[in-house]
Design a protein around this ligand. Structure first.
Ligand SMILES: [Ca+2]
Ligand SMILES: [Ca+2]
Length: 433
């Protein structure tokens, strides 16, 4: 699977084409290179448009295509904040195929008051003179293609490359910030502080990822690029339609904090889709204890790549929800899992499924099966005092000698289970219930 910045640039464009929306800004020319990235399934694994920051608007606005800064802010204070705090940079993350990143910075307003750099796929609302105000926030406008990012699938994580170069590290606010929210068809608001959040706004979030991070230096004291990978958290988020994603960067995690000249470089935003188990089928529906069972499963690759060695487990569950892992394996592609139904399985209804720990159980991969307990040679419910002559030796099914003597076997003295009873060189399998 190709992983080039071109893929990411055009991912949004393809999505826009396919879904009939015009939310990603593109030109006719962009599509001439469609053949270069058909290997990425952008409908299954949609990406943020212009995620490598290679395409930029006019010099007057100077924003990355599909992203926004104070230059396109609105709100009653918007005329005061339309000052450049963002530009393209040739300082790109290591090993990228692109040539540009975005750099945003904090500027001095007057006295000790600063305005931090802000980059968003939504729109900046400048509604209050005080920085830490609910009226100053980033918001999505799903009716304006410049200020929304359609998505359509549920990513598992977001990865970003950042290089944070604080002018001065403030002990009380040393962090820059990235946040991302997947939300349904709603003009979602990213507030600058958790206490501004409203129930109504939060009810439209599907999942959220964020990280406050410090600058990282190499051994020579120079700030360097770092890749941050943040899993999306679904806990506490009720919406289910991943229609849009909003991504935000700020030069400081706390509104109004920072030092003029704090700079945050951003490059190659990537949405990660974990491999998923999409289906599993057992070869038949009824078994005897001790039978072999084969279950076919399908793994869907995910994006960027199928992670090698995905753990998959074949699990048998009885009617009381007691689960046994029959087989564990690491798989790189679709295949079969083979195992043996335990010799001591009791008669009853069971379910069998293949579980992939990252994505869990595929919806259509839980199957009901019937298992019949192992009854061999007609000896079931053996009783003490059975009238049998001669010597005996009792083994477990794994071959461990557990009893011997003459006459009847005292099964009540043995734990329940399956035994092999040897008399006169004849072996009988016995279920001790
Ligand atoms: Ca780039
Ligand atoms: Ca813009």
């Amino acid at each position: 699977m190709k992983r080039t910045f071109i893929n990411n640039i055009f991912a949004g464009a393809v999505l826009a084409l396919a879904s009939g929306t015009v939310c990603a800004q593109t030109t006719e020319n962009d599509f001439s290179e469609l053949n270069d990235f058909v290997s990425v399934d952008t409908l299954k694994y949609p990406q943020v448009a212009n995620s490598g920051f290679e395409m930029w608007d006019s010099e007057e606005i100077n924003e990355p295509v599909s992203w926004n800064s104070f230059m396109t802010a609105d709100g009653v204070f918007s005329d005061f904040v339309k000052i450049q705090q963002l530009t393209s940079s040739s300082d790109v993350r290591p090993e990228t195929e692109g040539t540009k990143s975005a750099v945003l910075w904090c500027r001095n307003v007057f006295g000790s008051i600063v305005a931090q750099g802000n980059l968003t796929t939504g729109r900046i609302a400048a509604g209050d003179f005080t920085a830490a105000s609910a009226k100053n926030h980033n918001y999505v406008d799903i009716n304006d293609p410049n200020f929304c990012q359609p998505l359509g699938q549920m990513p598992d994580s977001i990865a970003v490359w950042v290089k944070y170069v604080p002018k001065k590290v403030i002990d009380s606010a040393p962090y820059a910030r990235v946040s991302a929210t997947v939300h349904d068809a709603y003009n979602y608001i990213e507030y600058s502080l958790p206490e501004f959040e409203t129930e109504e706004n939060k009810a439209h979030a599907v999942c959220h990822a964020e990280k406050n991070f410090e600058g990282v230096k190499d051994e020579n004291g120079n700030y360097i690029w770092q890749r941050l990978v943040m899993p999306f958290d679904t806990t506490g988020y009720k919406a289910t339609d991943p229609a849009y994603i909003m991504v935000n960067f700020a030069t400081n995690s706390y509104p109004g904090k920072g030092t003029a000249g704090d700079s945050l470089y951003v490059d190659d935003v990537e949405l990660i889709y974990n491999p998923r188990l999409v289906a599993a089928y057992p070869s038949k529906m009824e078994y005897n204890a001790g039978d072999s069972i084969k279950v076919r499963f399908r793994l869907e690759a995910g994006y960027p790549d199928l992670v090698s060695g995905n753990p998959v487990n074949l699990v048998l569950t009885d009617a009381e929800s007691n689960s046994t892992v029959l087989k564990s394996s690491e798989e790189d592609s679709d295949g079969w899992l083979g195992a043996v139904i335990p010799e001591d399985a009791q008669t009853g209804d069971y379910t069998v499924t293949v579980v992939e720990p990252i994505s869990g159980i595929a919806a259509d991969s839980v199957f009901s099966i019937k298992v019949n307990a192992n009854v061999v040679d007609g000896i079931d419910n053996p009783m003490a005092g059975e009238d049998v002559a001669g010597s005996y030796t009792v083994y477990t099914i794994s071959g461990v000698k557990v009893a011997y003597g003459f006459g009847s076997v005292d099964f009540e003295a043995l734990p329940k289970g399956i035994y092999m009873v040897k008399r006169n060189n004849a072996v009988t399998k016995v279920v001790n219930r």
